[in-house]
Design a protein around this ligand. Structure first.
Ligand code: PMP
Length: 355
């Protein structure tokens, strides 16, 4: 505690990001990054921008990037908002759409940033329990609220919610914004984007950090009807008009010019995920049905923190959450086939002999 901190700062419980070890020192399967590099088209665009106009401010409206994203989803530019990673868009959305009179609802097991933002902005929240198989039950969200946020697929469980259930959530909460955080949607889930035309209360958030291999560039975007996008712009322009720098703008735009590259990486990752899932099950792990680029696993013969520590000793970093309900699980990012082979080899050495 510092005597210099405001009472607001003193009361914060910040989000703790996954460890980022020195480059190349570990097999890094802990923060759901893409194991493959970004498209060469992206790298070339950034290189060209470096030689360009960095002395000038970037376009505060991100017009070119916004137009590229709108075209990709057959929406209008007025239905697109871009931000410095989806984390930043989430922060704006909490301020733009949620109020203090009723709680924001989100699952009890979910992305940890939601409660951090609710606390930061002094918004009451209620966590809604998942069922015994870690599923979100839309009927449980029919209660007084000032809005709902959930990831689809959920994190860290990796489990997706069918579109008809998203529809149920939207219809039962027509007076409030329902945010569907689709950070991992490209790896298999059913996207809610086609519902935007029908539901003015739907905001969908995507990121370039996962399927597009651009976590280091920090770009995310939100899709929704213009009224919601305008709400996000009001908050952004009261904070910092230039949330995306010139390199991020051109790099992100170039990513949408090379969809074939992204698609082929997604196919590879999904294939590796399924192979790894079967191999882990053969080793006795229980693995949830993943529609994401990570696996959520637990083993009956060894506590998750022990596996976590032993993997770490072998230079393999996965994610462990010391939280109720999931403290016997590990979240493992799907890496390359070589990385997964190393993971499986280490698991065989770590786990007690069962025969
Ligand atoms: N939502 C979910 C569910 C996530 O897991 C993440 C990644 N940690 C994010 C949002 C944030 O992604 P980014 O800020 O890199 O776009």
């Amino acid at each position: 505690m510092s005597i210099f901190w405001s009472s607001t700062a003193a009361a914060l419980t910040p989000y703790v990001p996954g460890e980022q070890p020195a480059e190349g020192s570990m097999i890094k399967l802990n923060t759901n990054e893409n194991p493959y590099p970004p498209s060469p088209v992206v790298l070339e665009a950034i290189r060209r921008a470096v030689d360009g106009n960095l002395r000038l401010y970037p376009d505060p409206n991100a017009s070119r990037l916004t137009a590229a994203i709108a075209a990709r989803f057959a929406l209008t530019p007025g239905e697109v908002f871009v931000g410095n990673g989806s984390d930043e868009i989430l922060a704006f959305a909490f301020q733009a759409f949620f109020d203090r009179d009723q709680p924001v609802l989100f699952p009890d097991v979910t992305y940890s940033f939601y409660s951090v933002y609710a606390n930061l902005f002094n918004l009451p929240f209620t966590t809604v329990p998942l069922d015994g198989q870690f599923r979100i039950l839309p009927a449980d969200y029919q209660r007084p609220n000032s809005g709902i946020i959930l990831p689809n697929p959920n994190a860290p469980t990796a489990i997706g919610l069918p579109l008809r259930q998203i529809r149920e959530l939207l219809e039962g909460n027509a007076g409030h914004v329902v945010i569907v955080d689709e950070a991992y949607i490209d790896f298999g889930g059913e996207s809610a984007v086609p519902l935007i035309a029908e539901y003015p209360n739907l905001l969908v958030i995507h990121t370039l950090s996962k399927s597009r291999s651009l976590a280091g560039l920090r770009v995310g975007y939100a899709l929704g009807q213009p009224e919601l996008i305008e709400g996000l712009n009001r908050v952004k322009n009261s904070f910092n008009s230039y949330t995306l720098d010139r390199l991020a703008l051109v790099g992100a735009e170039a990513s949408f010019m090379d969809e074939a590259y992204t698609r082929s990486n997604i196919t590879r990752i999904v294939q590796t995920r399924e192979n790894t899932r079967s191999a882990l099950e053969r080793l006795g792990f229980s693995v949830t049905d993943s529609e994401a680029n990570f696996l959520f696993v637990s083993h009956p013969a060894m506590p998750a923190p022990v596996i976590f520590r032993k993997l770490r000793e072998q230079g393999i970093l996965v994610r462990y959450f010391d939280k109720p309900r999931i403290d016997d699980y590990l979240r493992i990012t799907v890496g390359t086939d070589t990385e997964m082979a190393a993971l499986l080899k280490a698991m065989v050495e770590i786990l007690p002999d069962t025969d």
